[in-house]
Ligand binder design. Structure first.
Ligand code: ACO
Length: 330
């Protein structure tokens, strides 16, 4: 039997600064037409100079905490999904805690690349099962603009900065927030080299005085990532539905990782969810890494795309490769 938990409140944040495709035309040899045709992305948000992952996370978290009817002091644990923390030490989660004015609680980072939100949600599910009073802040935040090679037209057109957040409590029963019914997660390290950021870590350590090279930025075999993203998100979603006694016809809304509109449409088609039930905001935010899924979920809920009673299927895919799916009854 699956253990349930509740999304008591959700929130999101994206910086104001917009980088459009025509702005990118001035940076690299590309066109708006190429980007829109291949990715569906029209613009993305970029953090202002000095704005950090934790700054954005604090804004999304504050919205989630307020929507849950809590105050920061009510939070018992912080799980921050990120691959771009403000620093390795202190961890991003304590940088977030500092901004929220919270102390004396467990706070840690989780890096599962773009799948980080669902990985943290599963941990929150376990925590709230062990401690029914726990109020776990699950926030995903990435400033991929800092790890983007702005000379590389094959990657710089894809990514943006944002945060998404949820406050997770023990199961409140049907009709109270989003009821997380089940989550499945997976990974396959064989494909790790297809999507990397090596620079500054122990496999490619920084040496004083050494120039920053391409290894410090996102490098990707786009075609391979594309194929595996579609295959993996589809397979795990169908498996999750089946093990909960549902079919694709039962899904009211699909909220996929917003990597690229072609990937999103292919996943919807292969799972069998009609296009009009698939939420898309990649056109306005690009791929915001771990933040992508909660950013989309929060926006879908606030715009009425997700309605109370809806069965929502979330699915994510990221470097590692890592992937996962979750079923939430709103
Ligand atoms: N503008 C113009 N031309 C370009 C650009 C660009 N921005 N980028 C690449 N091209 C060129 C290439 O150089 C190539 O030219 P060539 O044929 O002369 O060699 C041609 O366009 C085709 O390139 P492909 O890489 O084969 O193009 P493809 O159709 O595969 O599209 C893309 C590339 C958009 C990156 C696609 O592979 C993709 O979306 N992959 C998934 C990427 C992704 O979403 N990654 C993240 C998922 S995981 C995560 O979220 C971290």
């Amino acid at each position: 039997m699956s253990i349930h938990c509740t999304l008591a409140g959700i929130g999101r944040y994206a910086p104001d600064k917009i980088l459009s495709n025509s702005d990118l035309e001035k940076l690299v040899d590309t066109t708006d037409e190429w980007i829109v045709t291949r990715t569906g992305i029209r613009e993305r948000r970029i953090a202002d100079e000095g704005m950090t992952t934790a700054d954005m996370a604090a804004k999304a978290s504050a919205m989630a905490i307020e929507n849950a009817g809590f105050t920061p002091e009510d939070i018992t644990h912080i799980l921050l999904a990120t691959l771009t923390p403000d620093s390795a030490v202190p961890p991003g989660a304590t940088s977030l805690a500092l901004r929220l004015g919270i102390k004396h609680i467990a706070a840690m980072d989780v890096n599962a690349a773009c799948s980080g939100f669902l990985y943290c949600l599963d941990l929150a599910r376990a925590i709230t099962h062990m401690d029914s009073d726990a109020k776990v802040l699950v926030t995903a935040s990435d400033t991929l603009s800092h790890r983007t090679n702005w000379d590389d037209r094959t990657t710089c057109i894809l990514f943006g900065d944002a945060s998404g957040s949820a406050v997770v409590t023990a199961d409140q029963g049907p009709g109270k927030g989003g009821r997380v019914l089940d989550i499945m997660l997976s990974s396959d390290p064989a494909w790790g080299p297809m999507l990397t950021v090596h620079g500054g870590y122990s496999g490619h350590p920084y040496k004083k005085g050494q120039p920053i090279d391409d290894e410090y930025f996102i490098q990707m075999q786009g075609r391979e990532v594309y194929k595996h993203a579609v295959r993996s998100m589809t397979a795990i979603s169908l498996e999750l539905l089946a093990r909960n006694g549902y079919t694709p016809d039962d899904v009211d809304v699909l909220v996929p990782h917003q990597a690229n509109v072609r990937i999103i449409e292919a996943v919807g088609k292969k799972i069998g969810v009609p296009r009009e039930q698939v939420f898309v905001n990649a056109d306005r935010y690009g791929n915001t890494s771990a933040a992508s899924a909660p950013l989309a979920m929060s926006e879908a809920y606030d715009t009425g795309f997700i309605k109370p009673g809806h069965l929502v299927l979330m699915t994510t895919f990221g470097g590692g490769f890592t992937w996962g799916s979750a079923l939430v009854r709103f």
